[in-house]
Ligand binder design. Structure first.
Ligand code: UDP
Ligand code: MG
Length: 319
């Protein structure tokens, strides 16, 4: 039977959490009248996570368990994507596998999806982590909101629900699972944010250290570029190139005025350098256009997603 709901849980060295996770999800979804599948994705754990996962009952109540094992550890985003690819539900939900997210919140997410949202994002409003993680995360969320134009309070919360066709169309890589709302918004997704419970980790340890701040920062630059690139591919490079070109021209005129005197020689050098930079940047901007137009023609998930949302609305009978 095709499940209505797929719950995707990435697991990396979570042997002491697997069984508790399974039981908590099973109990949380028991009251909802829907066929559910749990997709446990073992992200190349070196402990007994996989062994304990496959020892769990395949079926209990309305829950069907599937376990995916990745050959090597490739990170949370990759594990989520593998689970998303495998999932067969109409609605998909992701959550951490360390019991920090609470499965009892699942019904709230389904209610929001039923209200017509494409993506529902959890907000750990009483987050139970050390301040050294909570504060950088708050700053990052502000920054992400500014750069992406999608003001979500808690992008890092893994507890999220999606319409399957929306999340399956989004290309996720690197550590992009923290930018899912921004990526979905590119396709015109309707997004809701709800408060969720959060617990301190009881078993196992966090897989992230301070290097996460650096990674989030780099991903933010990447996604900022992606968003502006999507609207105006050559804009930034072209603008900087044009500015460099204008300064080069001024330097050239000044160099001609000074002639053979020392300032003239320096200004000539500046003109050549900035002129080359301008040509380089303008060419890069044009190259962006070419890449973009090729991508649009072949595969633009965001446009496809936006179009899909439009079709049923157009098909609806006029009132
Ligand atoms: N995780 C994973 N692969 C990794 C790192 C983490 O599948 O390379 C899983 C991990 O097992 C957990 C979730 O992603 O289920 C969140 O990780 P963690 O609890 O370490 O993050 P934190 O809560 O500290 O932000
Ligand atoms: Mg955790």
């Amino acid at each position: 039977m095709t499940p209505d709901l797929s719950i995707i849980v990435p697991l990396y060295n979570e042997e002491d959490n697997v069984k508790l996770m399974y039981e908590a999800i099973r109990d949380a979804v028991a009251p909802i009248e829907a066929a559910c599948e749990i997709v446990f994705v073992d992200d190349g754990s070196r402990d007994d996570t996989f062994g304990r996962a496959i020892a769990l009952p395949r079926r209990q109540g309305n829950v069907h368990l599937r376990v995916v094992k990745l050959r090597k550890n490739a990170g949370q985003t990759n594990a989520m994507v593998c689970g998303i690819d495998q999932a067969r539900g109409r609605v998909l939900l992701t959550m951490d596998g360390d019991l920090q997210n609470d499965p009892r919140d699942i019904p709230l997410f389904l209610e929001k999806i039923d209200e017509g949202y494409d993506l529902v994002v959890g907000w750990r409003f009483e987050r139970q982590d050390h301040w050294s993680r909570v504060i950088p995360s708050k700053v990052a969320n502000r920054l992400i909101g500014k750069v992406t134009g999608v003001p979500i309070k808690d992008n890092g919360c893994s507890l999220k629900a999606y319409r399957a066709e929306v999340i399956k169309a989004i290309p996720l890589y690197a550590e992009m699972h923290r930018f899912i709302p921004a990526m979905c918004s590119l396709g015109g997704a309707k997004i809701a944010e709800i408060k969720v419970r959060h617990h301190a980790r009881r078993f196992g340890s966090s897989k992230y250290g301070f290097s996460r701040i650096y990674k989030v920062f780099l991903d933010l630059i990447a996604i900022g570029t992606l968003l502006s690139f999507n609207r105006r591919p050559a804009f930034w490079l072209g603008a900087v190139g044009a500015f460099a070109g204008a300064v080069a021209l001024l330097a050239l005129v000044a160099a001609v005025v000074y002639g053979q005197q020392p300032p003239g020689i320096v200004l000539g050098g500046v003109a050549v350098l900035l002129g080359s930079l301008a040509i380089f940047l303008l060419a890069l901007g044009l190259l962006n256009h070419l890449v973009y137009s090729a991508r649009i023609r072949r595969f633009d998930p965001f446009r496809r997603l936006a179009t899909r949302r439009l079709t049923p609305a157009l098909a609806e009978p006029a009132p």
